[in-house]
Design a protein around this ligand. Structure first.
Ligand code: ADP
Length: 324
């Protein structure tokens, strides 16, 4: 069976950008592939943080993932720092990665412009990411569009390593995108991202979601309720496409174009569609929170499975390289 690997930072609870852009795919792929999903805590320490806060965010991410349908009985779900092979292979990959390639990564440029003191770990982030994927020899990586550039670099790193040692050992990974590969934030300005504070949490209560949806940016042409709009350029319409049934999406588009509805009417219908999917996820999260030992067990089993595969890959790679 072909393998998939994907990782997510322990940023606390999932937001609907992560969910629609990546995690919904994880849930589907776990039925078709041998799947490895990791909460990548070694990635999270490339910016300043508090240990107690990291612990809490890691737990919240694990709860969100399992509540969203990532099933530890069907896939290998684990914490990156429990499988030390990730950092070991990252060092090896550092020795074949051109510095210039790292410096031109968009995410590095964005994040480094927002940091006071720059750490080498932030620059080397995509090298660790390449190692994460390569350890499982996965050819498909379900991610959002913002990760495509990192995956190109991962392919390049793997290719350079294979060429250097004249083998076809590591597999060049390809991104696996969802139909909603890039969800914009509710401010309509940039992608939805935890660090930009423009998210809707997957586990937010309906009243909180409504407080965020109500003022959210729509088609700027719709100043008055009687002004017709263009659904294709409206972020709310895009979120409808992700959550509402096709006939509702069709109806919404028609009401927008004909100015039959105001944007608030459209948002109310969206809220109902979201609640149909998110309500059960919220309920599962509450159950998981009440039984922390079940989640701990699942993550421990996941780490053992992941380590078995990762240590075999790393062992072979080291042998090819003339290491112990
Ligand atoms: P964030 O940008 O909020 O810090 P991460 O970088 O941890 O989120 O991303 C986790 C996963 O979610 C990645 O696969 C990423 O591509 C996807 N993702 C993040 N934000 C979005 C978005 N706005 N739209 C679609 N996918 C996204």
């Amino acid at each position: 069976m072909a393998r998939v690997f994907s990782g997510i930072q322990p940023s606390g609870e999932l937001h609907i950008g992560n969910y629609l852009g990546a995690i919904r795919n994880w849930v589907e792929l776990q039925h078709k592939y041998e799947s490895f999903f990791s909460i990548v805590d070694y990635h999270a320490i490339t910016v300043s943080y508090e240990p107690a806060d990291l612990r809490r965010r890691t737990r919240d991410m694990a709860i969100s993932l399992v509540a969203a349908g990532v099933d530890p009985a069907r896939c290998t779900l684990f914490l990156q720092s429990a499988v030390s092979e990730h950092t070991e292979l990252a060092w090896i990959f550092n020795t074949v990665t051109p510095l210039g390639e790292l410096e031109r990564q968009t995410q590095y440029k964005d994040k480094s412009s927002r940091q006071e003191s720059l750490l080498a770990g932030l620059l080397n982030y995509p090298v660790l990411q390449a190692a994460d994927i390569a350890l499982y020899k996965s050819d498909l990586v379900p991610v959002g569009e913002d990760q495509v550039q990192h995956l190109e670099l991962a392919r390049e790193i793997v290719r350079r390593w294979n060429t250097k040692f004249s083998v076809e050992f590591f597999v060049e990974p390809k991104p696996f995108l969802t139909p909603t590969r890039r969800i914009m934030g509710l401010d309509g300005r940039a992608k939805m991202s935890k660090s930009l504070g423009n998210t809707v949490g997957l586990l937010d209560e309906p009243s909180v979601i409504w407080e965020k949806l109500r003022p959210a940016v729509t088609d700027p042409a719709r100043v008055r309720k009687t002004d017709p709009g263009t659904p294709e350029i409206c972020n709310i319409y895009h979120i409808h496409q992700a959550f509402s049934p096709p006939e509702t999406v069709e109806h919404v588009a028609q009401q927008c174009r004909s100015a039959g509805w105001g944007c608030i009417d459209c948002k109310r219908v969206l809220q109902d569609s979201m609640e149909a999917e998110l309500g059960p996820i919220r309920a599962r999260a509450a159950e998981l929170r009440a039984t922390p030992e079940l989640l701990d067990d699942a993550l421990s089993t996941g780490a053992v499975n992941a380590k078995r595969v990762a240590s075999a890959t790393l062992g072979e790679a080291k042998q090819i390289m003339g290491l112990r």
